[in-house]
Design a protein around this ligand. Sequence first.
Ligand code: TRP
Length: 470
Amino acid sequence: MASRDQFNSRLGFILASAGSAVGLGNIWKFPFETGAGGGAAFVIVYLAFAFILCFPVMVAELAIGRKSQRNPVGAFKVLGYKKWAFIGYMGVAAGFLILSFYNVVAAWAFGYFVDMVLGRFDVGAHFGDFTKDWITVGSYGILFMGATAMVISRGVSGGIEKAAKILMPALLIMILALVAYALTLPHAMEGVKFYLSPDFSKITWQVVYKALGQAFFSLSLGMGALITYGSYVSRKTNIVSAAAIITVTDVSIAFLAGLMMFPFVAFLTEGDLVAMQNISGGPGFIFQTLPGIFQSFGDTLGIIVGAGFFLLLSFAAFTSTISLLEVPTSYMVDERKIPRKKATWIVATLIFLIGIPSMLSQGAVDWLGSFVQLPGMDHKIDFLTLVGLVANDTFLPLGGFLISVFTAYIWRKQNFNDEIAAGDEAIRGSLLQRYVDFAISYICPAILGFISIVTIFNTYVGIDILAWFE
Ligand code: TRP
């Protein structure tokens, strides 16, 4: 058997994992959740979750992957716990589901890039017409999925790593340039002030819950994406410091996205606080409001800034779709013994097909647009939102809970700590290692277990547990 493909360098591995983390979550979702959640107050809660809760789960995923050298399903089997392989199956299923709708939003981002290049700023005013137009969105969707599959079919070092080495530096340059430009706009400082002054009165349990979900999703945790990437890492790599770098990179990009977005908002609203609050706090902001703002910069500058922004968004989405596709593909390759190229195209095609109802639920087909009303909801939600609720909000925290329990109590801490130390003996007994050990045993199972229960009761039973605490 040919030896398993690996990342060629530690830097390549870190860039690929950071690429998985940095995505639509950072640039699209983070700023509007921050806007709705009290600015810096939300950011503080988000940061706390990222480091206290998510970072240890990331170390656990990487350790399980590296030790087993397998995809998430095979990993539990190779470690000797066949019964726990269901966590891996859940992860593969989550990969299918998340990518199915993530690709739709990625297609919007890329479509908007093309519109900006052509100076068609009025797409923003007609966002509904754009998402409704399934031929256009479907074509961009095929293009995006096809490009993702092209990278994945080339394997780890020749595909994922190479792509990350180009995309991530480009992304960093673009976001820094956009932040720098945004900060020169009139009223920019009022935007920054709104972003960075905490309004703790906005922090409700609901907001804390959102911040946790956002941190978890943003770091690509809970479905074994990092078990998979960890399985391609050499045993000489220190995975604790790698996880720390990935976490810091991810939150820094999210932070920069806010630093870019709020000056734009302040420019539009001329620094009016209430208007900033209302405009920035909605999911439509990027696709509806931003193009108009770009237009007001004038034709040439508007095209440069607008195209730059949506290219940035597309690149961020691309390194994430790559990691989402790699999880089910690696399962097909390891467990079903299907050659990588074939496995990639089968999985990509299937996921695209599963994504069609999500794509059509955004205006094209009415019944998909108001698809179900789950218990406790006062209106019907669309198909895309439903898939998001099942995969992002339910599977990921549940997966994270199970991974923590598995690591601490089934695989056991001795093995976990040995695997952590394999890359760097000095980590043994260090404060950081002792923290990870403590968190994975108590903090992560407790919080993630609680969150899973809250989500399941709230979404599927219609009982809002969080309301008891208000
Ligand atoms: N983290 C990415 C984002 O913020 C999305 C993503 C990529 C992801 N791979 C994942 C989320 C795996 C959960 C699991 O947009």
